[in-house]
Design a protein around this ligand. Structure first.
Ligand code: ATP
Ligand code: MG
Length: 392
């Protein structure tokens, strides 16, 4: 169903639906509820973080006809919290309800080859790459792409489905290890740092953006986000914002879109990938901005006005992975939340997951302060208390 003929869904009246019940869905539910909306989650997991806090949890698989029918019946508009939701599911929902982002936009984000083609169409440079779908494609790879990173075209996240390859022999072995599924090979770039930009685009074409985020990853998983980005020039920030807006507009996107970038050692900017939803690197917006990424997700799908968010506090976000729930000897522990909350400007968000595992995203800690230096100092103190590295 297209938005053109649709009126805004008003706070206090609407029911908003989300495909997926992880932490992103949970924070979406909270944002919807803060406007007095009802929230409904479809997720197969009985203990899903979002399902636990929604008005209704449709406990069904993403392709379950009855589950999808129920969601389309109760929700006035529907969004998604993850890009790997099956395209048929979004298409089915869109027959009856406004779905934002649309299935076609989500499809770009599901497939690295389609995504990179879209970046090219938007006039935004990405890493040199080749699409590998056959042995002939593999043999035809240019030498200049090695050393490189071989990434499965579909279903990768948090660095999973990626293998670093130095030469042709490793490329062949890597593709075999990935079961010869369709892949892209990207040239290994000399990164100086990583950035992301969150944009929200409305059905009327309005684009609003959060400030540029500077991100540090550990083992392929986001660890720290800093805003304002301490090591990025104003000109480069403007370039990243403009590129992200073009990428969103070029595909007629409606909703919140995260675009990840690399800054190379020569100072140039290269797009990495995008996510059709709020993003881990935008969690700081919950406490450091006057509207959060989840508020804008709600507004975009409800066709409510989008306003440019204002960063009111410099901030550092620390991701809280399941590793923190274990001591050095491997025994379970509860992290020292009382000491963390005793620090000024700490905002603790836990996702209500029933068990901790190393690498599992359990929550995040936003630290806000009056100045970037103070946010930095407090974040280091918090990291020390938690036993996290201070490598940013
Ligand atoms: P997520 O979805 O969690 O963001 P992902 O599994 O989709 O991650 P990417 O973002 O493609 O993976 O890559 C993960 C990390 O690997 C990047 O953040 C970056 O640190 C590094 N990386 C990826 N591609 C390249 C490249 N071409 N050159 C150098 N480093 C890279
Ligand atoms: Mg990434």
């Amino acid at each position: 169903m297209s938005a053109a003929s649709l009126k805004p869904l008003l706070p206090g009246e609407a029911t908003l639906g989300v495909m997926g019940g992880g932490q992103l869905g949970r924070m979406f539910v909270h944002a919807a509820q803060s406007l007095g909306c009802r929230a409904v989650v479809l997720d197969p997991d009985a203990d899903s973080p979002a399902g636990l806090v929604a008005h209704e949890h449709i406990h069904a698989g993403y392709l379950d006809e009855a589950g999808l029918a129920r969601l389309a019946e109760v929700a006035d508009a529907i969004t998604t919290e993850f890009e790997n939701v099956p395209a048929q599911a979004l298409a089915r929902l869109a027959e009856r309800r406004f779905v934002a982002p649309a299935g076609a936009a989500v499809a770009y984000c599901q497939d690295r080859a389609a995504e990179k083609a879209h970046f090219g169409a938007s006039g935004v440079a990405c890493a040199p790459y080749a699409v590998i779908e056959s042995a002939a494609d593999l043999a035809a790879v240019a030498d200049s792409l090695l050393p490189g990173i071989l990434k499965t075209s579909r279903m990768g996240y948090d660095g999973k489905g990626q293998i670093r390859v130095r030469n042709r022999a490793e490329l062949q072995a890597g593709w075999d290890e990935l079961k010869q599924v369709p892949c892209v090979l990207e040239q290994m770039l000399p990164l100086a740092l990583e950035l992301s930009v969150l944009s929200a685009r409305g059905a009327d074409g309005t684009v609003v953006q959060f400030p540029v985020q500077q991100n540090l990853h550990r083992d392929g998983i986001l660890a720290v986000t800093q805003v304002p980005a301490p090591a990025v020039s104003e000109a480069l920030q403007q370039q990243a914002l403009a590129s992200a807006a073009r990428i969103a507009t070029e595909m007629g996107y409606v909703g919140v879109l995260c675009v990840e970038f690399f800054v190379l050692q020569d100072g140039s900017l290269v797009v990495n990938e995008m996510a059709p939803r709020p993003h881990n690197s935008g969690h700081y917006t919950m406490n450091a901005c006057d509207v959060s990424q989840f508020d804008l997700q709600v507004r975009a799908m409800a066709r409510l006005p989008l306003r440019t968010p204002r960063l009111h506090s410099p901030t550092v976000m620390l991701n809280l992975l399941g590793d923190l729930w274990f001591d050095a000897a491997g025994a379970e522990r509860t992290p020292p939340w009382d000491a963390i909350l005793a620090l000024p400007g700490t905002h603790l968000h836990l996702y209500g997951k029933t068990s901790a595992r190393p690498g599992r995203k359990m929550g995040h800690l936003n630290i806000t302060a009056a100045t970037p230096a103070e946010a930095e100092r407090l974040a280091r103190e918090a990291a020390g208390l938690l036993g996290l590295p201070q490598d940013w």
